[in-house]
Design a protein around this ligand. Structure first.
Ligand SMILES: C[S@@+](CC[C@H](N)C(=O)[O-])C[C@H]1O[C@@H](n2cnc3c(N)ncnc32)[C@H](O)[C@@H]1O
Length: 248
């Protein structure tokens, strides 16, 4: 299902939904997941949380199990089917729709969008609309949290456009970056025994300051920016950021 500013294929349908948890196993490790859930639980306070692009519930389900009421919006019905097959999913209502425009009932103290998914709407307009839709669901003083990578453009020598980001026996990942258009392609090859599976994810990368302007357009201001879920300071060498904007 697509509407709003989503402008192309979703990569998380069919087999990619079935194999998502296995391929993202690294992200399910308690040392990776627990600090994220800890911080999101704290930021939700006594209110409810809305996860944009909730996927198979990697973050939403454990957050709900901590007692935070969690609602989800997710583009891929196949990802939602995976979530709904898991214990605890009955407590997490999910609407199939595009996070740039889908409205759900309720008022939230926290809206969050993790695992680099702000890059998925592949236009500046789509990303601006995502911020506006987050703000529309927040109560005054509520927070929008994004976890995303810093684009590895600084690793590109002049004239080059490929950056390998993971080269292991089971997975080869190479980013292809076009600086002029801020468009990227993540080329993935998974090798599983004698089976080889490839996906090319097209995305739009941003700099944190561009996201801050999108937040300002939506009536939110930057409250915190950290390098990771442990709240390490964000520096010139940070490769990821957790950003928190507060609705004015
Ligand atoms: C990398 S997965 C992250 C899933 C989950 N949040 C997690 O952390 O495991 C990206 C998810 O974003 C969803 N998605 C992509 N574009 C979307 C959009 N415009 N609206 C809603 N969901 C979207 C995909 O279907 C996929 O489930």
């Amino acid at each position: 299902m697509t509407n709003g500013y989503f402008d192309g294929d979703n990569y998380f349908d069919g087999d990619n939904a079935v194999h998502y948890d296995r391929r993202s196993a690294d992200r399910f490790r308690p040392e990776v997941l627990d600090p994220a859930v800890d911080l999101l639980e704290e930021l939700a306070g006594d209110g409810a949380a809305l996860e944009f692009a909730i996927g198979t519930g990697r973050v939403g389900l454990p957050l709900s199990q901590r007692g935070v009421p969690v609602t989800g919006i997710e583009l891929s019905a196949d990802m939602v089917a995976q979530l709904e097959a898991k214990p605890g999913s009955g407590a997490v209502p999910v609407t199939v729709g595009d996070m740039t425009s889908t409205i759900v009932d309720g008022e939230f103290s926290l809206v969050y969008l993790v695992y680099n998914t702000i890059v998925n709407p592949r236009s500046q307009e789509g990303q601006i609309a995502t911020f506006a839709n987050a703000a529309a669901h927040l109560s005054p003083g509520g927070r929008f949290v994004i976890e995303t990578n810093i684009s590895p453009v600084r690793q590109l020598p002049k004239g080059e456009r490929f950056v390998p980001f993971n080269v292991t026996p089971g997975h080869i990942g190479i980013d292809e970056l076009d600086i002029a258009t801020q468009m990227g392609i993540s080329h993935h090859t998974w090798i599983d025994g004698d089976r080889v599976h490839t996906i090319d994810f097209h995305y739009r990368f941003t700099w944190p300051s561009e996201l801050d302007l999108m937040a300002r357009l939506a009536g939110m201001s930057l409250e915190n920016r950290w390098e990771n879920w442990h709240r390490a300071p964000f520096t010139s060498d940070s490769e990821t950021h957790i950003s928190v904007w507060r609705k004015d």
